[in-house]
Design a binder for this molecule. Sequence first.
Ligand code: 5RP
Length: 227
Amino acid sequence: MSLAKQVAGCKAVDYVEDGMIVGLGTGSTANYFIDELASRIQSGQLKHIVAVATSQASFQRARQLGINVLPLDEVNSIDLLVDGADETLRTFTGIKGGGGALLHEKIVAQNSLKVIWIVDESKLVEQLGAFPLPVEVVQYGSWKLFRKFENAQMKPQFRKSGRDSLFITDSGNYIIDLNLGMIPSPDQVSFQLNNMVGVVEHGLFINYPDLIIVGDNQGEVSLIERD
Ligand code: 5RP
C-alpha cells in the first residue's frame, strides 16, 4: 500500500511551482508529499516555497526537513493544497479526518486556490460511508451529542488516543466517529451535522479537490480531473 501512497504523493510535487505558497496535508500519504517537496527544495529544484500546515504533525515534519512553514494567518491565499483522503468518489466528494485533522484541513482547503487529493486506489469508492465519518465536537456537552447520534442510529464512537484517553484535536476538541456504513446523500448528512450545536466540523468534504491523484501498487498513477 505504501508504494501507492508514495507515488501519489511524489507526483503531486510536480504541480508545485517556484514561489508558491503550499498547503501541507496530514497523514501518511501527505507525508510522502512533504518529504519529496523538501527534497526538491534541498536540491534547488524548487526555490522560494512557503508552506502552511494542516496539523501540528505536518508542521513539525516539514520544519524538521527545512521547509519554511508559516502560520495560516501570516499568508494571504494558498496557491496549492495537497492532502490525503480516507474515501473519495470520482465526483470530488470524500471523507477526511482519519488522522483527526479535518477542521484545519477544511480551513486550509477553503483558503486554497487549488486542492489536490492524493490517495491509493483503495480509497476510491462508489459510495461513501464504509469509513467512519469523523465529527469534531467541542468537549462541553459532548456526551449529549453522542446520545443524539445514538438516537439517530448513527453508531457513534468517541475517538480514543491509546487505551484510556480520548483523542484531542489540534484545536482542543474531541472526535466522534459515526459508523454509518453507507452515505447515499452526503449533502443531507452534511446539512444535518452542520445544524447541530456543539459540532465544530465534520469530515464530509463536498466538492473539494480540483484534481485527485490515485496511486496503485504497481507504482503507476492516474489522474481524475475536472472537465
Ligand atoms: C487526516 C486525513 C488524512 O488525509 C486521511 O486520514 C488519509 O490518511 P492516510 O494518507 O494516512 O491514509 O484526513 O485528518
